[in-house]
Design a protein around this ligand. Structure first.
Ligand code: KG4
Ligand code: ZN
Length: 370
């Protein structure tokens, strides 16, 4: 079985062909990062228009790369949400058009669950139950993954997502957009202990699995502004390394804690921020010390891509999920589950995927597909 996956929830137009047993035949990601860079963040209307231009050539490139025609595709998986509604609608419309024209079943998938499904595209994946730390431009959560089709949210950010903090700090430092990869690069030359930036929500009385990054972002901005006011040079590499260390410290600390508290000794990390070199290294170190088996998909599967959507689509078909009808709507804020953890109960409703993007550009030529 070949599944075509289409992802357009934020600023990456992506398509992939994945087989029923998880082999990635192709994965094309057209990043809009450069387009949004001049605005310092994703502009929803601009993103929708660009998706419209890119979606057909990206799908065609995915089919060509996989060496298959539409006649060899058995299912179309597509991100239904959460994300920017105009952006989602472009992918959904393309998926519906293909499904209708070829008489193929249409399988809608949840973007967050897609990030979890990226794990199943790697060799020797963990099997549920496992803990998942999901850190992207739009979301930061700790999930208890029950089985391949469901999870509970143990905690999430109460303000900025981790990737959003990377992007905002990069803007303060003048490193451009998207910020994550730039900070990652600059941090290699810096000292992570140079500045002791705050670790949000790590006090004894704070919610154990929730995150807060907006105080950290403000602390970095104030520190940088103070140096500039005094006419001093800003040690960009040290600031980047110290900020990155604070994020990686909090994320890994809480993820390991969730594993320990829930008696789970498997952890996966997904989402764009999981591409971060320091986060990956610190997670490996702390998991080894705690006897936890860790899996982090390769960076290209952490950031938004179509392969995770196709993989989840294939999984849902295997589980007997019925195909959707062609009136399937976009859902920009797909509800995530009600949280019920001893001593820690509240409802999480994730906001729109204000996610940003990373620089995985794969230029494709224009043209019509159908
Ligand atoms: O998962 P993703 O591609 O899109 C969303 O669903 O949001 O994540 C994008 C986010 C951006 O904020 C970007 O700056 C961040 O992931 N990111 C990184 C790195 N690569 C991408 N953050 C830190 N280090 C990286 N190497
Ligand atoms: Zn994402």
């Amino acid at each position: 079985m070949n599944v075509l996956g289409i992802e357009t929830s934020c600023d990456e137009t992506a398509a992939a062909v994945v087989t029923g047993d998880g082999a990635v035949l192709s994965s094309i990601v057209a990043s809009q990062a450069e387009l949004h860079a001049r605005f310092g963040g994703v502009v929803p209307e601009v993103a929708s228009r660009r998706h419209l231009e890119l979606v057909s050539p990206v799908v065609r490139a995915a089919l060509e790369d996989a060496g298959v025609g539409l006649e060899h595709v058995d299912r179309v998986g597509v991100t239904q949400g959460p994300g920017l509604v105009g952006a989602l609608l472009v992918g959904l419309s393309a998926a519906k058009a293909i499904a209708w024209a070829r008489g193929l079943p249409l399988v809608p998938v949840d973007h967050l669950q897609g990030h979890v499904a990226s794990l199943y595209l790697e060799p020797d994946p963990l099997e549920p139950p496992f803990t998942c730390l999901l850190a992207s431009g739009g979301h930061t959560m700790v999930l208890a993954v029950r089985d391949r089709s469901g999870f509970d949210v143990l905690g999430s950010t109460i303000d900025d997502a981790a990737g959003e903090a990377f992007d905002k700090v990069a803007r303060v430092l003048g490193l451009g957009f998207p910020g994550g990869p730039a900070i990652d690069r600059h941090a290699r030359e810096g000292d992570p202990a140079h500045i002791a930036f705050p670790r949000g929500l790590t006090g004894g009385r704070d919610p154990i699995y929730d995150f807060s990054f907006s105080g950290l972002k403000t602390a970095v901005a104030r520190w940088v502004e103070a140096r500039r006011r005094d006419g001093e040079d800003v040690p960009v590499a040290h600031v980047a390394a110290s900020f990155q260390e604070a994020v990686a410290d909090v994320l890994t600390r809480k993820a390991v804690r969730a594993c320990r508290d829930n008696g789970v000794d498997h952890l996966m990390i997904g989402g764009g921020v999981a591409a971060n070199t320091r986060l990956r290294a610190l997670a490996a170190e702390r998991c080894e010390a705690a006897g936890i088996r860790l899996r982090v998909p390769r960076p290209g599967l952490c950031t938004d891509n179509g392969a995770m959507v196709a993989a989840l689509g294939a999984e849902m078909v295997a589980r007997g999920r019925a195909a959707s009808t062609l009136d399937l709507p976009a859902d920009s804020s797909l509800p995530v589950t009600e949280v019920s953890v001893p001593g820690h109960t509240h409802t999480h409703t994730p906001g729109q995927g204000q996610g940003h993007s990373h620089a995985h550009a794969h230029e494709v030529a224009g043209g019509n597909l159908y």
